[in-house]
Design a protein around this ligand. Structure first.
Ligand code: MN
Length: 407
């Protein structure tokens, strides 16, 4: 191995995720994460080892690189894997190509043109239905027939590390007949994964579930911040708006679909039978361990949730097939959120709304405080990794601190 990769690293030789980074002496450029380092792809290209226009590695986003197509992006990943394992490869004796991650700043990896959020975890949808509607009929009649989703806002998606301010808005106090205005009292995270599309479609075109993977470049961790009190008042009849669009965070490294291939697993059985355009073949779920931790200001980190991406009722192929069945076009760099990923156990719920059950079961924190929702000064950290046969492919983390509302 050209550089040392710690045994339990998310960024193993099996991973090779792509991102955009900068250093004090250089502008944003493309790199891959390897152990605790970043291999600088723009600098590597100077060795004339790639047979395409490597200006794509000097851009501020990966969109142009991704647009080269899977044949090329897959070959870059394979080449890097080969070079890293060959002591005599083109990377040998060139320590300047490797930058410590701790000395780099990460940027949004793609220019996100459009962002869609789904609602595809049956456990999450059931929990929310129980709390907000009817415990006996928690799922709405369409839920098992449609991968429910909505169009979110792309402009407010930020990369891990950028703090957010508590949002303000309209809420309605219990029993009141008119709303009040102020900072949200129910700030929440949503544990999600997001996928980035890597191929365009034309208006009018649809993607079949069988071909959907050709359109997916890779995945990131996704924290879809939500203000539950604002959401509750505003969402009728058109769905989420200001309760969701103030910020969402993604992890900086895009883990390719190829890297996740070994971790495919069957999804839950879907009853009743779905319409033909939503049927699929083969394993389309992914076994990715997920966790959420909260670090209160001045205190230690505490894990509050452990879940798994494999719990998803609707898979990404079905989401894309549904999204485009009406001819809606998709573009390179679009982001698609899975929806909150909850499991069956209470400890696997992917939001504070569910973990503390609408504030009725506060979480006890190590510093003696309680959490019903997220407080000012809290940092929320999400992590994810897949592991099988000694091979680990991870996402690193998406982390963000909550600052007080702007006065
Ligand atoms: Mn969401």
């Amino acid at each position: 191995m050209i550089i040392n990769i710690p045994e339990n690293s998310d960024f193993s030789i099996y991973n090779i995720p792509f991102g955009i980074f900068s250093t004090l002496d250089g502008s944003p450029r493309a790199g891959v994460a390897v152990g605790e380092y970043i291999l600088d792809l723009a600098a590597t290209a100077q060795l004339n080892v790639f047979d395409f226009d490597t200006a794509v590695f000097e851009k501020e986003t990966l969109n142009d690189f991704i647009s080269l197509g899977k044949e090329i992006t897959k070959k870059v990943r394979r080449d890097v894997q080969t070079w890293l394992q060959d002591e005599n490869s083109v990377l040998a004796g060139k320590p300047g190509l490797f930058i410590k991650q701790s000395e780099a700043q990460m940027h949004l990896p793609v220019r996100i043109g459009d962002y869609t959020d789904f609602y595809s975890s049956i456990e999450h949808a059931t929990n929310v239905g129980k709390m907000f509607r009817d415990p006996e009929n928690a799922l709405l009649p369409n839920w098992k027939h449609i991968p429910v989703g909505y169009h979110g806002r792309a402009s407010s998606i930020a990369v891990s590390g950028e703090p957010i301010h508590r949002p303000k808005g309209q809420t309605i106090p219990n029993g009141a007949d008119k709303p009040v205005f102020g900072p949200t009292q129910r700030l929440d995270f949503e544990l999600e994964m997001g996928f980035v599309t890597g191929k365009n479609t034309a208006l009018g075109e649809s993607i079949a579930t069988d071909g959907a993977e050709d359109y997916i470049f890779g995945l990131v961790l996704f924290n879809d911040w939500s203000a539950r009190d604002i959401q509750k008042w505003e969402y009728v009849p058109l769905g989420p708006f200001l309760a969701k669009n103030f910020a969402s965070h993604i992890s900086p490294w895009i883990v390719t679909l190829e890297a996740l291939e070994p971790f495919k697993v069957p999804g839950p059985s879907q009853e009743p039978e779905v319409l033909p355009y939503l049927k699929y073949h083969g394993n389309k779920n992914y076994d990715v361990n997920l966790e959420v931790a909260i670090t209160p200001e001045g205190s230690g980190e505490q894990t509050v949730c452990r879940s798994n991406f494999k719990y998803m009722y609707w898979n990404m192929a079905q989401q894309l097939a549904h999204h485009t069945v009406n001819g809606c076009n998709i573009n390179i760099g679009d982001l698609y959120g899975s929806g909150t990923i909850s499991g069956k156990d209470e400890g696997s719920y992917g939001s504070m709304l569910e973990l503390a059950w609408m504030g009725t079961k506060p979480l006890k924190m190590k510093d003696g405080s309680e959490r019903k929702f997220i407080l000012d000064g809290d940092t929320v950290i999400m992590r994810g990794y897949a592991k099988k046969d000694g091979k680990r492919v991870g996402f690193g983390e998406v982390s963000a601190k909550v600052l007080p509302a702007i006065k």
